[in-house]
Write a protein that binds this ligand. Structure first.
Ligand code: NAD
Ligand code: DAU
Length: 351
């Protein structure tokens, strides 16, 4: 066992795919998955690897300084891949402090514990911070986010992630702490909590519920299959340059309305409904406050320097995703009972 790696947020959507990839691909690493199991964390997401000999799950909160310090003293992690975060923009609008506490203070706790563990002997160590393209703000009709695009976060979620990115870079500059940061576009795939657009709409179509489209629906996102994000993280972790930033994206822009119509068609087909049935559920609702108009990533640096590119087309990825949600009814049922119902009512009323 030559490396101890702490992955935070590994019971969540992206984290679970990253943990699985590292546990299966690197039997010589010891992978520790630290997760508070908030509403978004779910051990079912990683049930298949729970007994792997190189894997340990730790339930704990990155907000808890004493706990984090003692965890690092005990295990002396060689590397951290930090994904734990509050991740939903709508929740950041209603509960901004949750985002500041986890995404900003929680990241600071990890950075301090990592710095204190290795002091100035950082040889062979790495803090990998997983971030988002939302730190760059909103694009106009043209142009792409590159690694040097100025930060201009527009929601409390984006501001909390931007703030954590700045903290990571400042620890590199001030303490010589080795780091890499990646900023990724919108992910989709299995195990995404049904508060985000794609799984929410799959769930609603299946249950003949309204599809709440914010504003005019002409907002653009760049979609990437989650496993391609996990592969990019693996590449950057092993081959990325110290103190560098890498943008990750799908080269795959869609307006929400076009994507929603595609989802409706694919679901009609799978549910053996007459063409056009699901699209009747589309309902325009009040816009998200401060809604960013367009995100799109230029991932050419990652492609040219590390040879990464998406392995799955959108057509394949969406098909796999829809099939996963239709085949995993129990998973969906478990996460949409209880507090989800209250959340849904507060967000969308009785629709
Ligand atoms: P998610 O909400 O599905 O999962 C977050 C995980 O973090 C959950 O398992 C949760 O239990 C855990 N967590 C939350 N607060 C915690 C705390 N205080 N202590 C310990 N664990 C805690 O999120 P996701 O969509 O998988 O995103 C993972 C990371 O990737 C986040 O940092 C997010 O900003 C970033 N990201 C997400 C996307 C996307 O499209 N989802 C795109 C780019 C970047
Ligand atoms: O760009 C990366 C980001 O992508 C990540 O950092 C975030 O963690 C992730 O949640 C995602 O943010 P978005 O806000 O883009 O994703 P969301 O799925 O919430 O919304 C996608 C688009 O769909 C956005 O324009 C808002 C719109 N939308 C969303 C919901 C939930 C609707 O029109 N109706 C809805 O009910």
């Amino acid at each position: 066992m030559n490396k101890k790696i702490l992955i935070t947020g590994g019971a969540g959507f992206i984290g679970s795919h990253v943990v699985r990839l590292f546990v299966n691909k690197y039997p010589d690493y010891r992978i520790f998955n630290l997760d508070a199991l908030t509403y978004a964390g779910n051990l079912e997401n990683i049930r298949d690897i729970q007994n792997a000999p190189n894997y340990t799950f730790i339930k704990g909160n990155i907000k808890d300084i004493d706990f984090i310090n003692s965890l690092f003293q005990k295990h002396r992690f060689d590397a951290v891949i930090h994904l734990a975060a509050e991740s939903h923009v709508d929740r950041s609008i209603t509960h901004p402090n949750d985002f500041i506490e986890t995404n900003v203070l929680g990241t600071a706790n990890l950075l301090n514990a990592f710095r204190d563990t290795w002091k100035d002997n950082f040889k062979g160590k790495l803090f990998y911070h997983v971030s988002t393209d939302e730190v760059y703000g909103s694009l106009g009709k043209t142009g792409l986010f590159v690694e040097t695009t100025s930060y201009d976060p527009q929601s409390p979620y984006a501001a909390s992630k931007a703030s954590s990115d700045h903290l990571v870079r400042s620890y590199g500059n001030t303490y010589g702490l080795p780091f890499v940061i990646s900023n990724c576009s919108n992910n989709y795939g299995a195990n995404q909590f049904p508060e985000k657009l794609i799984p929410l709409f799959i769930h609603n179509i299946k249950n003949n519920k309204a599809l709440p489209v914010y504003g005019d629906g002409n907002y653009t996102r760049d979609w990437l299959y989650v496993i391609d994000h996990a592969i990019a993280i693996d590449e950057i972790f092993h081959k990325g340059e110290n103190e560098e930033t890498y943008n990750i994206g799908g080269f795959n822009e869609w307006t929400n309305l076009n994507l929603i119509h595609l989802l409706c068609e694919l679901m009609d087909d799978r549910l053996h409904r007459e063409k056009g049935t699901s699209a009747k559920l589309i309902t325009f609702v009040k816009d998200r406050a401060g809604h960013d108009r367009r995100y799109a990533i230029d991932a050419n640096k990652l492609n040219k320097e590390l040879g990464w590119k998406p392995t799955v087309t959108f057509e394949e990825g969406l098909a796999k995703t829809l099939d996963w949600y239709l085949e995993n009814e129990e998973w969906l049922k478990n996460v949409t009972t209880g507090s989800y119902q209250e959340y849904y009512k507060k967000m969308y009323g009785n629709k």
